[in-house]
Each structure stands twice: as structure tokens, then as C-alpha cells.
Ligand binder design. Sequence first.
Ligand SMILES: [Fe+2]
Ligand SMILES: [Fe+2]
Length: 269
Amino acid sequence: MIITVLMDNHTEIDVYHLGEPAVSYWLEADGKSFLFDAAYSDAFLKNAAAMDIDLTTADAILISHGHNDHTGGLAPLLELPFPHKPKLVAHPDALLPKKSQGMDVGSPLTMEELSQKTDLCLTKHPLWLTERLVFLGEIPPLCSHEPKYAIGTTLREGQPEADYLADDTALAYVSGDGFYLITGCSHAGICNMIAYAKEVTGLQKAKGLLGGFHLFALDDRARKTIDFIENEHIPLLYPCHCTSFAVRAALHQKCPLGEVGVGMKLDWE
Ligand SMILES: [Fe+2]
Ligand SMILES: [Fe+2]
């Protein structure tokens, strides 16, 4: 699988790309291509164009969760001349309204608008996109140090409720006796995601991680997560987006990390 970073908080040096605190990756796997997350704005479209990536050839658009740093670019994306309605894969809660600290932080396009512009595929269950690439769906809390937590509120059938981000998910890509994992923000917990990817793929070895870990302070959760990752002996680690420098530095002392920036390509066989 070739992964190209179309959007991240950082950009690679010596090439001009736009950055913003958001996520978008272009994935090429098993003869298919996928867009994973749609960043905040139309900047990732400019980056893709500069990299000669035609987003209208995507076999599907995959959404890690509903926050607008992952869905904000859907409106400009869907203005592109797709040959037919693109398939959009997400958890059913990903497109519900979301509010935090008085601001709308969910998808700017509503479920209704997206159902007109895309072929919506909403699932809580694992969905295999190719023989090797799986959209994991809802992540169960398998690790005791990573309980669910709420960020703001969501609206379900018009009723506000605490948003525990049941929609937050990741992709796993099977490789030999293990798998690679690609996350958006890991609100569901990076360790829960690793543990669930093992269940879904039936394979026990995590070979690489790319994406946000949603860890900022070096607190108990972060330290236990670092210990967990160290014990997994994962050779290729690319925490980015919502992983603070403090957490990356602490993790790097135990397991060497790679840097992530817009324009980076990974070739994960
Ligand atoms: Fe998020
Ligand atoms: Fe995010």
C-alpha cells in the first residue's frame, strides 16, 4: 500500500505544500485508491493537485470520525467532477451534528446533503475494502487504561447528548503475519484500536502505525499508552496530527519514531 500524506499539521521541507491542523491521506492498495479523511479546508485539494493525484479516481472516501478537521473539506471535494457519486464510508454517528465549547465541530455537510452527493455507506461493523484493507468500524474499549471520554455534545434524533465519539475508527492493512494501522485522531484509543485490529484481522503483530494518537499531556493515559506501544515492538511508528511533541519525545526514547509531513509517502507492503 502506498500512502501519501495530503494534509497534516506539518509539511515536508524543500517542497511547497500547504499545512493545517487536520488529516487527509491518499491510499493506493490492491489496485484501488481511497481518500482517508478530508481535512479542514480545500487546501488538501491543492496539495493533491500539486502531487498529480486525481481525487476523482477514488474508489471510496473513508471518514475516520465526524470532527471538522477530518470532514471540513468534504464540500469542496464533492465539487470536483467525479464520474459518478463517490462512495463515502463512515460510522453512522460520524455525520451527526457535533458541538464543543459553543462551536460546531462536526461535518459542515449534513447527513442529508451527503446522502445526495455521495453513495453513503454507514457501518458500525468492519468493512473490507480490498482483500487486505479493512475499515474497522466502532472500536470497543478493550484496554482498561483507555476508557471512552466525551468531547462536547452530539445531537441524536434532535436530543443533545455527550459525544463519546463512537464514530472514531481506523483502517487496518494486512501484511503477512501482521497489519498496519492508519488512524485519524484515535479518540477511541490507539491501544484499543490495535487490540481490535488484532481481533478483526486475526493477526497479532502490529507492523506500523500512522495517524493521530490524541495525546497531549504526559499523563497516566499517555504513559500507559507508551508502555503498551513499547511492548508491542512496532517497527514503524508515525504518530502525528494530534500527538504532542512531549508525547512523541517520550515515545521516541523507547521506540524510534518517523516524522510526518504533507508530501510524505510510505510504501507499506
Ligand atoms: Fe477529532
Ligand atoms: Fe483531528
